[in-house]
Write a protein that binds this ligand. Structure first.
Ligand code: HEM
Length: 225
């Protein structure tokens, strides 16, 4: 325990925590996107999927209990991901001012800045998204349990659909740089695997971005109604 805490004090330890929580969050985002694509199968399939998420685990677990366990894991992953990111930013700032250094690796600085600002935008998006499609606080026609109808009525308004599509771009960049950094933290590095790392990161980022964008786009175009 003390050793684990000691490791976390170092920047490597924080990066490992960021990578582990990042893998969990990426897994959720990919599964959520695949689940949401069920909207193309129609209302019955999409609503049945939403109901299944609440029933899964029965009869050993009660209604919604496994979903709440998954939510708690997700909240913990978001929490440690943000705390480690803030601590790493503060550490790298302190190291720079102490040594009176200017950042010398321009591409690295660009990537880490994109990650920081992208992370802030993604966090703001998720907060809005929860108030919008989970709690319905900022959704005028929200109906508890009518998941398909809530999504369709939300994206039938073009400013909302456009805002969602715009938010998918920083999310895509975040996933691209994140997937790239995770492999580095795990030691999958070097010139021989560089191309493969780029391809895997690009496929994940493009897949999630295009998959998510396709939903508001299809509703806006009247293909899903
Ligand atoms: C256009 C793309 C998206 C659509 C159509 C969509 C749709 C939805 C819907 C309908 C819900 C409520 C589900 C229910 O009550 O059963 C939901 C919940 C949620 N979404 Fe999304 N989502 C999208 C993108 C995203 C993205 C990109 C993220 C994360 C970066 C995200 C994170 C979440 C989270 C954390 C929840 C709450 C899950 C829960 O606690 O049950 N969503 N989404």
């Amino acid at each position: 325990m003390t050793q684990a805490f000691g490791l976390y004090q170092s920047s490597i330890g924080k990066k490992v925590v960021m990578a582990a929580s990042g893998v969990l969050l990426l897994g959720f985002v990919v599964m959520h996107m695949i689940g949401n694509l069920k909207i193309f199968l129609g209302q019955a399939d999409y609503d049945a999927y939403a109901a299944f998420l609440r029933e899964v685990g029965a009869p050993a677990l009660g209604h919604g209990e496994l979903l709440w366990l998954a939510r708690l894991g997700l909240i913990a992953a978001v929490g440690v991901h943000i705390v480690a990111a803030v601590q790493l930013t503060l550490m790298s700032r302190a190291a720079r001012t102490e040594r009176y250094q200017k950042p010398h690796d321009v591409s690295l600085t660009y990537a880490s800045r994109t990650m920081r600002w992208g992370g802030v935008i993604v966090a703001a998006f998720v907060l809005y998204h929860l108030l919008h499609l989970t709690f319905g606080t900022v959704h005028a026609d929200f109906e508890e349990g009518a998941v398909y109808a809530n999504v369709v009525s939300a994206f039938s308004q073009w400013p909302v659909a456009l805002a969602y599509m715009a938010c998918m771009l920083p999310l895509g960049l975040h996933i691209y740089h994140g997937a790239w950094s995770i492999t580095q933290t795990l030691g999958i590095d070097g010139p021989r695997v560089a191309a493969l790392r780029r391809i895997v990161a690009a496929v994940l980022a493009l897949g999630v971005t295009l998959g998510n964008i396709s939903i508001p786009l299809a509703i806006l175009a009247g293909l899903v109604r």
